[in-house]
Structure formats: C-alpha cells, structure tokens
Design a protein. Structure first.
Length: 618
C-alpha cells in the first residue's frame, strides 16, 4: 500500500462503523473510495455523481439544511453525510437535505452498493447504515444495559442472597383464569406448577399473553396447555452470575432455586440487577442511627464514593439517581426527627416536600437543595414560629452535609414556600390560569414535588386539583411548551459540536442544560397535559406513551436518549470526583470516543425531533 492509501486507511479506520472492519476489508473499502475537492459554497453531491453514495468529510466544513432552510447539522472532519445514501429508502435522518460547503473541502465517497456488499460480509456495517438515529441509540442502550448486569459483583455472590421464598405455586389441574387471578392477588409474575407435590413446570404472565390471549385459547383451559415444561433450576450453591448466564442462554426471566433437589425459592433478572442498590439501603440505615448533625456530616462524605462505585459498576443513571436521592431523603428525614425532638411535636400536621431533581429521584451527590412545606389549614397565628425553626434546622443541616443552599431560595426557610395548603392551592391555580414568565419558571420546580416526611394527603390533594386544571388548560400547556423549547440540544455541529465559546467551561458541552433538561421539560409537559401524577422523568415518559401527547415508539426513543446522556454525565462526574474535583455537567467532547460522540449526536437528534413535534402542536 502506497503512502497516500496508507494515510487514507489510517483516517477511515478511526471512523465508526469502519473502525471495526478487519484489515483486508478496510483495504478493500479504501480502494473503492472516490476523492473530490469542493470549493466554498458548492453543493453535494458533486456534479456527475447521481448514484447513491456515502460521503466522508476529510477536511473542511459543511452545513445540512432542511427543505425549509433550517440548519439541521454542521459536519466537520471525520463526519459522515448519508443524505444521499438512502436514495430509495425512507429511514434516513438526513433525507431531503440540502448540503453545501462552508469552506473548501476534501471529500471521500463510496457507492452505497459497495457498502451494502461489504455489509453482507460484515453485518455491523449494514446494521449501522440501515438504522436511523433512534435505532442506533436503541442498540447502544441495549448493550449498555447488558454490560451493567455483567459488570456487577454477581460472580462473587451466592444466588442464595437473591432468591425470594416461599415459591408461589399452583396445581396443574387449575385453569389459566385461576392462575391469572392468583398472580394478580398475590402480586407474582410467575407460578411454579405442582403435580402431587412435585414441580412439573412454570407459568409466567408472559405465557398467558403469548400462549393464551394472543392465540385465542380459552381461559377456562388447563394451565398445562401453556406452562413451560422441563423447567430450568439452579442449585443454591451456585453464584448469581451462573443464574444470570442460565437466564440469558434460555431467554427466561424467572429461575427456581433448589437445595438438595428441593424447591426453596425463585430468583429473577430484576433481583440480580437491583443488587447494587443494597449499598444505598445500608447507608440509609447508618443515617437513621445518627444522633447528631456532626455524625450526619461525617456520613455524607461517603456520598461521592458511592457515586463513583456505582459508576464503575456500570449502573444506569436512573439507578444512580434513585440511590443518591434515597440517601438524601434519609438525611432529610433524620434531620426532621432531630428537629422534632429538639423543638417538640408540630402544632398541626404538615408535609416536608422535596422539589426538583430530588423529587424526581434524579439527584447526584451533593446537589443544591430544593424543598418546601405544606402546612394544614388549621394552623393558627404563631404556629409558623415552630415551622420556621424546623426549616432552618433542616436546611442548615443539609448544607452541613454538602447539599448547598438553593441560590434561588427555593427552600422551606423562605416563608413564601412555607405555607398552608389553601395557599398552595392558590399558587398553582394562579400559575396555570395566568402563565406569566415567573409562573412558568415556578412550574419547572414546583410541578416536580414529592412528600419526604409528614402527612402525604396534603400534597396529594394539591396535586389532584392541579392535574385537573393542567389537563384542561391548553393555553397553559402551550405557554409551558414554548418556554421549554428555549433549551435546545446543540445540533449545529461544527467540526463536532456547538461548544461554549468562553469562560471557565470553554469548549465544553453543558450536558444538563442542553441535553438532560430538555427531556425533563418534555416529560413534565406530557405528564401535566395527560394528568399523570408521576414525577420521575422516565416514569412520566413511560406513562405518557400511547397517549395523544406521545407515541409509544417516540417514548422509547426519548428514554434511550435520556439514559445515554445520563450515563455520560455520571461517568464524567465520577472521573472528576476521583480527581478530587467538584462534579459538574460540562463535558469536553475530547473526553469521549468517536463512537460515543456519534451516539451523542443520535441522542440530540431524537430530542430535537420530539421538540419539533411539540412545537408543531403548539
């Protein structure tokens, strides 16, 4: 291979998906490349090239514009342009785009037919170009979820630490309807089928769906018609990793556990995945036993270490957020208990509320605090003295534990957010009926509330009335949508991404503001529009799926985008914490691989498509 081909080969093999090609196929691809030079302002494809092709930008910069002239993306060195690759397909993200050069460009291209032939020999190539942004992201997140399971400490843990006992069972002569009723009553998703005290099979809710409902089989039929025979089991002496491997190989989610040949329990994939959550449970137990703010402060030093450990184990950002939020909740509860011991019982019932990321169970180590108080309407003049003392004790205690005071004073120490229930009713009613800029700003915080301690009915009643109003108020949802769409993912790629241009975080992406926050905002809008009471972002999207606000496929894509951004954020912060730095959300694209940058672009495209859909609706 001559020097020029060697240089081209080195460049091409650094670009996904070609970075996975064997050397002989890479050499074949390089020999098929066409080289073009385009002057600034010229269009793709170059004159005379009418066949379907993939273009690879070697040097220079290009802009991709929609048919309406809107900037869709900017491409820099190493970027692929498939706007002219799927000439006869409907799944290209960049179909019907106008592509022009922003400066002089050196471009490589290859015919689509060559790549399709290459894909027959190396499927990862065909998979990459046959998938759109959402599909590529789905493939990535599927692998991430699998890796999260395999990277845990399952290999060193006995399956005996995971199984649930006793095993729910049912006689083989029972009907499918009776099995479904028993599952529903007992809250189980599977039953072991027994004949003369011996297990002969297993039936799951999936079996009922696939083998009964989907096939039209009468529910009065015997469960023997749909149960899985030759049931797989695992001995209690085996480790949890062995259990996972059996379930993966057999494509099953429930595995009976035996001891000396006798059935003693059942282990599920969920049991194994949730293993690492025990660290948060143990830490919460230690917090509950603390007797002073000083002790709590010492315990809080473990929070960054827990976040690092969870990140190293490949835990999802959802898992990390729920674990950290649970611990913050434990700190708050213990501080309230200390305050009640110090100042005596509350004069009237109340509810201590978490707002924002803690309420959504999406908090990371030592975030700032957002909280409030709802007090029973029976409070009398002078009662607020007690609640003011409570607020200062708890907020000061949280600050000592590393949860800094809210810069916007959204805390129970602010009398505005320490009010009777009737005042909170009036707050929300006014915000919905008169959606001023300040009302919309308040909505982004106070529409994400959860009771941490106290009378849960106080918030539940406020929420119930709120959701009745938001579900009917198209004007409010329209204003909220317009306000939320002000945060856009940085899709104006220019030699990679639109980065911060100056200041301390120059040349970085703000993952929270431009990626995570837009998804949180969309999820909140879906929930308020559909009357959904869930607060967690993923739960909101899941419950909104299939409603007029959001299709099921769009919901899945949005969750994948949110989860991937969360992973990058958690890993980025873990690296900072390990270096002894304060954690932030500013990621330099240089920190991540070329493939991760491509997945990041896919995530941003998914978010933008959902924002565009919301914009067209309102």
């Amino acid at each position: 291979m001559d020097t020029e081909l060697s240089e081209i080969s080195t460049f091409i093999c650094s670009i996904p998906p070609f970075d996975s090609l064997p050397k002989h196929l890479l050499a074949q691809l390089v020999r098929e490349l066409t080289i073009n030079y385009l002057r600034k302002g010229e269009q793709l494809p170059p004159k005379g090239m009418t066949e379907a092709r993939l273009y690879i930008l070697r040097k220079g910069a290009m802009s991709c514009l929609s048919a309406e002239g809107e900037l869709v993306s900017r491409l820099g060195e190493g970027d692929l342009c498939d706007a002219f690759y799927h000439s006869n397909h409907n799944n290209s993200d960049e179909k019907r785009l106008n592509v022009h050069t922003d400066e002089d460009c050196l471009i490589y291209s290859v015919e689509a037919s060559v790549l399709q032939e290459l894909g027959e020999r190396f499927p990862s190539i065909s998979d990459y170009f046959s998938q759109n942004s959402a599909q590529r992201l789905k493939s990535k997140m599927t692998k991430v979820n699998e890796d999260a399971i395999l990277s845990s400490t399952l290999m060193n843990t006995s399956v005996g630490n995971f199984y649930q006992s006793p095993v729910a069972s049912i006689d083989v002569n029972k009907t499918i309807q009776q099995a479904a009723m028993q599952m529903n009553e007992q809250g189980y998703s599977c039953l072991v089928v027994i004949e003369q005290d011996s297990p002969v099979g297993i039936i799951t809710d999936k079996d009922i769906r696939r083998r009964c409902v989907a096939t039209g089989l009468a529910t009065s039929a015997s469960i023997s018609n749909i149960m899985t025979q030759d049931m797989c089991t695992i001995d209690i002496k085996n480790n949890a990793y062995d259990a996972l491997m059996i379930m993966t190989a057999k494509h099953i989610h429930h595995l009976p556990v035996t001891k000396y040949g006798n059935l003693v329990g059942m282990v599920t994939v969920t049991d194994l995945i949730n293993n690492e959550g025990h660290n948060a449970i143990n830490l919460s137990s230690v917090i509950h036993k603390a007797n002073s703010v000083k002790e709590l402060t010492e315990i809080s030093m473990l929070l960054p270490k827990l976040q690092i450990r969870l990140a190293k184990l490949g835990s999802s950002s959802d898992h990390v957020g729920k674990s950290i939020s649970a611990i913050t909740m434990a700190f708050t509860k213990r501080l309230i208990e200390m305050a009640e011991f110090k100042y005596g019982p509350a004069p009237v019932p109340y509810a201590w509320l978490a707002a924002g990321s803690q309420a959504r169970q999406e908090q990371l180590a030592h975030s700032d605090q957002d909280n409030a108080l709802i007090i029973c309407d029976t409070m009398k003049t002078g009662d607020d003295v007690w609640f003011e003392k409570l607020a200062h004790f708890v907020c000061d205690g949280l600050a000592s534990c590393g949860f800094i005071y809210c810069p916007g004073e959204i805390m129970a120490t602010n009398v505005k957010w320490r009010q009777p229930q009737k005042v909170w009713h009036s707050y929300f009613s006014k915000w919905v009926d008169t959606p001023s800029p300040q009302a919309l700003l308040n909505s982004s915080v106070f529409f994400d509330l959860e009771t941490i301690y106290g009378d849960v009915s106080l918030l539940r009643e406020v929420k119930k009335e709120l959701l009745k109003k938001t579900k009917k108020s198209t004007l409010f949802i329209a204003h909220l949508s317009k306000n939320a769409l002000g945060l856009r993912p940085p899709l104006g790629f220019f030699r990679d991404f639109v980065l911060k241009q100056n200041g301390k975080h120059r040349a970085t992406l703000d993952l929270k503001r431009n990626g995570i926050a837009p998804v949180v905002d969309l999820a909140r809008i879906y929930a308020l529009a559909e009357g959904i009471s869930a607060v967690n972002t993923i739960e909101r999207i899941q419950q909104a799926a299939g409603t007029p606000s959001l299709t099921k496929s769009s919901a899945e894509n949005l969750i994948d985008a949110y989860a991937f951004l969360g992973i990058l954020r958690v890993e980025h912060q873990a690296k900072q914490l390990m270096r002894g730095e304060s954690a932030d959300n500013f990621l330099s694209p240089k920190e991540i691989s070329k493939l991760e940058r491509e997945h990041l672009k896919d995530a941003f495209k998914v978010i933008k498509s959902l924002q565009d859909a919301r914009q067209s609706n309102y």
